[in-house]
Write a protein that binds this ligand. Sequence first.
Ligand code: ADP
Ligand code: MG
Ligand code: MG
Length: 541
Amino acid sequence: GDLLGLDNLVANTTYLKAQQIDRKELRKRRLSLTLPKLKKTSALQAAEGERYESLCEQQPIGRKLFQQFLLTSNDQYAAAAEFLDELSKWSFAEDEKREKAKQTILAKFCQPGSTRFLSYFTEEDAETCKDLSDSNFDEVILDHLREATREFLKGRPFSEYLKSQFFYRFLQWKEYERQTITDKYFYEFRTLGKGGFGEVCAVQVKHTGQMYACKKLDKRRLKKKGGERMALVEKQILEKVNSLFIVNLAYAYNSRHHLCLVMDLMTGGDLRFHIYDLGKRGIRMERVVYYTAQITSGLLHLHNMGIVYRDMKPENVLLDGKGQCRLSDLGLAVELSKGKMICQKVSAGTTGYMAPEVLKQEYYRYSVDWWSLGCSIYEMVAARLPFRDFREKVQNDEVTRRTLEDECKFEHKSFDAPTKDIISRFLKKRVARRFGYDSECDDPRSHEFFNSINFHRLEAGLLEAPWVPKPDVVYAKDADEFKDSSDIKDVKFDTKDEKFFREFSTGAVSVQWQKEMIDSGVFDELNSTTVIQRDRETAWK
Ligand code: ADP
Ligand code: MG
Ligand code: MG
């Protein structure tokens, strides 16, 4: 290494500068970009079996093009599109603006004389509108009207859309989305961290400027240690979840030596780093509440999908540039089939955060994540674990004994009553007594610890963070601290390995990729520069 740390300085500067790239430079990079012409078969494949929900609601580009179709077709379709738009604005409006938004909706869409009147409303719907003017059950009634509108859109408007040039354009984007991804798609920057099978570095998509983190799994190391299945599970779970509070996967591809997972870049560092490495130990209460709220939403998202995370700890919670946090490292996560439970001879998790039922090798399900969350809240406040002091030299057996037998003590002065209460509920040794065990009747989000949090707005990404990372600081260890560990040479790959590498390399993940196209402006640019060349013989005309 160099004594002055110059290499590190240069690495940090190029990495920070890449994040500030300007639009002009980007336009130059993509001058030659055009949307592909459609191949008939692949286009039809893309549309086959796809439903309204996926085509017009979940996929960001599909949603945009369907909206453009509605707004340019006729007054009735346009009114339906605007109605849904205003409903969502109303739903996320803050208290004072809510009543006004509701009155606007009523006047614009629900009065028979108005130009934007929703003429597909039945008499029953119209009656419902009347109730709305003096009702306290806004949510329920507006939900009903939203459903009525969706039912309408799924009918004739949707089938007309499928025959329109807007849908043809959508299929062109799908064709583009399916491109093969290689190393050449990205610029690579400094290493940000290191894991069991290789390093994680910052990368940038050349033609959009979008920054990501790339987790590079060494193929030889994977084979030698038998980590293939775990890598595939991590990839499959990551691509399935779509939450603001879990690191999203944008691409999965393979290079000569690595399997690569390209994920949201989290520039703010992990919570462990914030608890111990930034001067004053511990995190102040306002931030603890905010992070815990986001983590809770992330855990509930996983649990609702039948996934147990099993590695909840501050080290695995990463902050993005705005100071919002996400769960990462889903390498230990498992998906449960209905009614199934987990029981393993080797306890999965990290010492100090593992629940009694894991340590006793009993059957368990989601309860283990709530235990670990209790430990993590405790640690954010007190900068130590409930059953292990900071840097305490103690055997794992002793931590296990304390976890199973001792009461949790709250000696640190920052613990207030609600915080002690929520931690105690998460740290119930008996699973059936633990908070979150039956989320139907004890949803952790309703605990008074979260009184200051509006979860509806939080879960829409609208609640600003109490602390924002500085844009000119790299919240990671120096790049040269992640030295390459010994090379593995005596590994050869056979056809089965090659098949596995291909199975892993599925390329762009639809929702994330489409978001990237929209956010970077590529969507608008290519739509205006590519002429729609419609082929008369194609089946969709
Ligand atoms: P492993 O499963 O091998 O432990 P991780 O997924 O935990 O690997 O990644 C290793 C390290 O890389 C993390 O501790 C963190 O410092 C860094 N890292 C991982 N994902 C990201 C990300 N999305 N953004 C920024 N840094 C990351
Ligand atoms: Mg890790
Ligand atoms: Mg892992």
